[in-house]
Design a protein around this ligand. Structure first.
Ligand code: HEM
Length: 720
């Protein structure tokens, strides 16, 4: 368990207890329990008779259990949380007076909850979906919540449409199908009928919607907020988080399989990284827009279906968010944490973004039904700064005891007075507002395709291929021709080739001409391949070493050490977990056996030399490990006797391997070589000019996946 502590962790300690053998079991009202295993009943040697209602101990236990569920979140039900810290490197006092964004001596404790949107609480982690990235900062001036996503835009423009978009994506009402998926008629019906979703469609059909890890995705506040400085000047702002480890995704077939093989993959690997001291970090940045520049763009900057192009409004990075402590208990922390977009601190204010305006109402409201009126008192939600509002009391499960005779303001004692602005009181920015009372949006909200097209154009060829496959998968699951025909038609407003590919795959009408000409305009910061880590790294990458009886112990240990030294998490996968014996007689206890843990749960695989390859060659699962790793574009390394073994599993002429006695070979991310452990497996500096086998392997793992395999049509020739 990670031990990092901070002010909020210390605050929670007041409400935290340990379970240990010195503390007797009691009822919830405190009497010691003598026999927790049997109900009080009428019984003799021969007969077990009826239970007695008198049994207060059994009744308490059963009734307490009957009521231990609370409603799950209406969206983002599936999630996982961790504690961390926000550090500020550069003061943003030119634009805000908020202490958290101006005082560089502060470390602000925080709690983050990552989530998926569609599925219920028990749904798998690696579904295709938007990921929530919700942050609660316990600042000295009160809680500040950034309730963001890993995608910078949203489906709809006006919050009144939220119930519709969510109803359409959730399991269909007549049969509660499907779970955790947008691949169904209702979702795509809604998407077609709301052309404002077109931009978001591109993002969710891209690799962004199947992240490799919560630690490897961006975070965006999505909505536009305002910052207000000491002089009262307002600047519009969008919040950005960029991960230190780069932005990486799973491949779709892998994601589908992990859903079954390890539905908790994301939450487990986040905990694994934190527990091992590899704390995930994000750069925190601001996109700033002067108030008088609001009308300077072809889109409305307050429209949440649009990004602010970085060419026009660069990101100013000023801080860092780090996650450094796992939770102690899921329910009181991750489940009861409750975020509100309306939770802002002085120096930060809202904007007229019509989605944000509705969100500001919705979150507080939903917490009332999910957690009750006193939800802000719960330890995970209460602020760390002093807080008191003597008019907000009572309600179910009130915990705090407030002394004194008055509960209204003003009162004859001046008790609990409001604060002036100078004393830190929150004062809304005195924005001048004018217009007509209408159910409408202003004109620029009417353009829905430009940025969708720019996003698609900006993707790399492999990402475009994935978008086409994702649309094809999704629309193939729609059995109403109206739905898939209309949606493929919609794609002609993005790119004619994309529309043609998808229409062919799913049976749409053959598109003849583009409804919006694609002039190929691109922008930066949209392709996730732009977000490789600053320095190549394999830190926290899960790498498997396959062994069976007769493996080369020297090669095994040298590679394991070399990879571990680089911060990778190395797992030995053996023919059996009872112990695997090397050629030279050493026994290794593997972490898992071939069937228990599949290639999908690792980023790369290495097979050392040794006679064990004869056993591996007779084991279908071990062979599939290699084929599947290849099809999922993962780096593969093999040395000595293992070289012909992996070559046979891949068996494609384009993929070349080292020949005995010849130098090292790297081909499509498959790294092979002959020699002794010392010469093959040394790792110096990780980089493109890597020389040795291990060094080459590490370099390829740091690149995440070998896209050329798919682009050149090799991956699809191997059955994953
Ligand atoms: C910019 C668009 C949006 C983003 C980025 C967003 C993000 C999120 C996130 C991250 C969560 C999960 C919070 C957690 O981890 O507990 C969440 C929950 C929720 N969102 Fe949104 N959301 C958006 C739009 C909306 C809109 C428009 C509404 C309503 C009008 C809404 C209503 C809710 C509700 C009711 C919850 C459940 C909260 C709870 O029970 O704790 N969201 N949203």
């Amino acid at each position: 368990m990670s031990s990092t502590t901070n002010g909020k962790v210390a605050d929670l300690a007041k409400d935290t207890v340990d379970v240990h053998d010195k503390q007797h079991m009691t009822t919830d009202y405190g009497i010691k329990i003598n026999n927790p295993d049997h109900t009080l009943r009428v019984v003799d040697e021969k007969r077990t008779g009826p239970a007695l209602l008198e049994d207060q101990i059994a009744r308490e236990k059963i009734m307490r259990f009957d009521h231990e569920r609370i409603p799950e979140r209406v969206v983002h039900a599936r999630g996982t949380g961790a504690f961390g810290t926000f550090k500020l490197f550069e003061s943003a006092e030119d634009v805000t007076s908020a202490g958290v964004l101006t005082d560089t001596s502060r470390e602000t404790p925080l709690f983050v909850r990552f989530s998926t949107v569609q599925g219920s609480k028990g749904s798998p982690d690696t579904v295709r979906d938007v990921r929530g990235f919700a942050i609660k900062m316990y600042t000295q001036e009160g809680n500040w919540d950034i309730v963001g996503n890993n995608i910078p835009v949203f489906f709809i423009q006006d919050a009144i449409k939220f119930a519709d978009v969510i109803h359409s994506v959730k399991p269909e009402p007549h049969n509660e199908v499907p779970q955790g998926q947008s691949a169904h008629n209702n979702f795509w019906d809604f998407q077609y009928l709301h052309s404002e979703t077109t931009h978001m469609n591109q993002w969710i059909m891209s690799d962004r919607a199947i992240p490799r890890s919560y630690r490897m995705m961006q975070g965006f506040g999505v909505n536009t907020y305002s910052l207000v400085n000491k002089e009262g000047k307002r600047t519009f702002v969008k919040f950005h988080l960029t991960p230190e480890l780069g932005v990486h995704s799973l491949v779709w077939d892998e994601a589908l399989k992990i859903n079954g093989q390890d539905p908790d993959f994301h939450r487990k690997e986040l905990m694994e990284a934190i527990d091992n001291g590899h704390f995930p970090r994000w750069k925190f940045g601001l996109q700033l827009l002067a108030e008088d520049k609001l009308d300077d763009f072809e889109f409305d900057p307050l429209d949440a279906t649009k990004v602010w192009p970085e060419e026009l409004i660069p990101i100013r990075y000023i801080g860092q968010l780090e996650l450094n402590r796992n939770i102690d208990e899921f329910f009181p922390q991750t489940e009861q944490v409750a975020f509100c977009t309306s939770h802002i601190v002085p120096g930060i204010d809202f904007s007229d973004d019509p989605l944000l305006q509705g969100r500001n109402f919705s979150y507080f409201d939903t917490q009332l039904s999910r957690l009750g009126a006193n939800w802000q008192e719960l330890p995970i939600n209460r602020p760390m700064c002093p807080f008191m509002n003597m008019t907000n009391r009572d309600g179910a499960m009130r915990h705090r005891i407030t002394k004194g005779t008055v509960n209204y303001w003003p009162n004859r004692f001046d008790a609990n007075p409001p604060a002036t602005e100078a004393e830190g009181g929150f004062v809304s920015h005195p924005q001048k507002v004018q217009g007509h009372k209408k159910r409408a949006l202003s004109e620029k909200f009417g353009e829905h395709y430009n940025q969708a097209q720019v996003f698609y154009n900006s993707l790399s060829p492999i990402e475009k291929k994935h978008v086409a496959s994702a649309f094809s998968f999704e629309l193939d699951h729609c059995d109403d021709p109206v739905v898939y025909k209309r949606m493929t038609e919609r794609l002609t407003s993005i790119d004619l080739d994309l529309a043609k590919t998808v229409a062919t795959n799913v049976g749409g009408d053959p598109p003849k001409k583009a409804t919006k000409e694609n002039k190929g305009t691109k922008a930066k910061g949209l392709s996730q391949l732009e977000y490789m880590p600053e320095k190549p790294t394999i830190e926290t990458r899960r790498i498997a070493i396959l062994i069976a009886d007769g493996f080369d112990f020297n090669q095994y240990t040298t590679m394991k050490e070399a990879l571990s030294k680089q911060g990778a998490f190395v797992f030995t996968i053996g023919a059996q977990r009872q112990g695997v014996t090397s050629e030279s007689g050493q026994t290794v206890i593997p972490d898992h056996f071939f069937v228990g843990m599949r290639s999908t749960l690792f980023d790369a695989v290495y097979v050392p030399g040794g006679k064990h390859v004869q056993t591996l060659a007779k084991n279908g699962v071990a062979k599939h490990w290699i084929a599947e790793s290849f099809a999922h574009l993962k780096p593969i390394a093999a040395s000595n006797d293992a070289v012909p073994f992996i070559q046979r599993q891949i068996n494609l002429p384009e993929v070349e391997v080292a020949q005995s006695g010849s130098p090292l070979k790297e081909s499509y991310g498959v790294v092979t070589g002959y020699g002794d452990a010392a010469s093959l497996l040394k790792v110096g500096k990780v980089g493109p000019d890597a020389k040795g086998l291990a060094e080459q392997f590490v370099w390829h793992v740091s690149r995440h996946r070998n896209w050329a395999r798919e682009l050149d049509g090799l991956a699809e020739q191997i059955a994953a």
